[in-house]
Design a binder for this molecule. Structure first.
Ligand SMILES: [Zn+2]
Length: 298
């Protein structure tokens, strides 16, 4: 049995500890995800595994001595996909009032998303230390974009669906760049591989999250300096880890957020690293399960 418990103990109230820096906020989220991912690693069978998240009465909305609503005090903004399989607070091990979550299909940066981030940065700056862009494996929005890229004739199906097209249009540059990088690495024949579509989807998921994070970093740096950090990652629906699977980082280093790329060379390096990494290699059939990291593929 597995219990995930949000606990307020009136006899032992917890003191709120908020991260003082972007690095502390990042470490807190990574530790929360690490616990969540491993907690579900093996079926405990007859045993019982419990994860307790202590929460303060104020954060739960239980009025304090003075009454009135709790202060709004998230320490991180997370831009995630609307996919119901990626519940942000749960998978990052956080409770109420910890995260300012903006979820939209494909974690794209439309005007509503940017406006929400603007609000958080300007109104919640006392506690805010980190901005996270989080994609996930097998993303439906990225998959739809890959399929449209592969069959451009289908664009007519979306001709009158302007809102949906705005999501696809936001993801398309990452799909094109991922496609070009895969061909550069493996040649045109790779497009005939049965695993190519999946490889393109998972490469584009990473690149798209990286590009959104890079965009945000450029936008907010002049305003917040180094007071608020920006990172990105991909939530793996199968292993439940957040990270980026790449060639250059060892398996024990893959479950951490990454800093966004800052120029074209870093984008190319990231793409090559992901394409040479265990996930893409495996879906392309270039390595077998015995030689791959414990992976992904939903
Ligand atoms: Zn998605």
């Amino acid at each position: 049995m597995i219990d995930i418990v949000y606990r307020y103990d009136i006899n032992n109230p917890v003191a709120e500890v908020h991260p003082a820096s972007p690095a502390e906020a990042r470490a807190l989220l990574e530790a929360g995800n690490e616990f969540f991912a491993h907690m579900l690693d093996d079926d405990p069978g007859e045993g019982r595994r419990t994860r307790i998240l202590n929460v303060s009465p104020q954060d739960l909305g239980i009025a304090g001595p003075q009454g009135g609503p709790q202060q709004h005090r998230p320490f991180a903004v997370v831009i995630g996909c609307a996919d119901a399989r990626a519940p942000i607070e749960l998978l990052l091990g956080q409770g109420a009032n910890d995260l300012f979550v903006v979820r939209v299909a494909g974690n794209v940066l439309g005007s509503d998303t940017l406006g929400s981030i603007d609000y958080a940065l300007s109104q919640l700056s006392d506690d805010l230390r980190l901005l996270v862009v989080m994609g996930h494996t097998g993303c439906g929005a990225v998959t739809a974009t890959v399929d449209l890229f592969s069959e451009p004739g289908r664009v007519l199906e979306m001709a009158a669906r302007h809102e949906l097209r705005s999501i696809v249009n936001a993801i398309m540059p990452s799909v094109r760049m991922s496609n070009d990088a895969l061909i550069r690495r493996y040649g045109f024949k790779i497009k005939e591989s049965p695993g190519f579509r999946k490889a393109l989807i998972e490469t584009a998921v990473v690149l798209h999250a990286a590009m959104m994070a890079a965009t945000l970093q450029k936008a907010i740096e002049p305003v917040v300096g180094d007071r608020v950090g920006v990172v990105f990652g991909v939530y793996d629906l199968c292993t439940r880890h957040v990270g980026v699977l790449s060639e250059s980082r060892g398996i024990d280093q893959q479950h951490t957020f990454l800093d966004p790329p800052t120029n074209g060379e870093e984008i190319d390096a990231l793409l090559l690293d992901v394409i040479n990494g265990p996930l893409v290699q495996r879906v392309l059939g270039l390595i077998d399960d015995a030689h791959a990291a414990p992976l992904l593929t939903p």
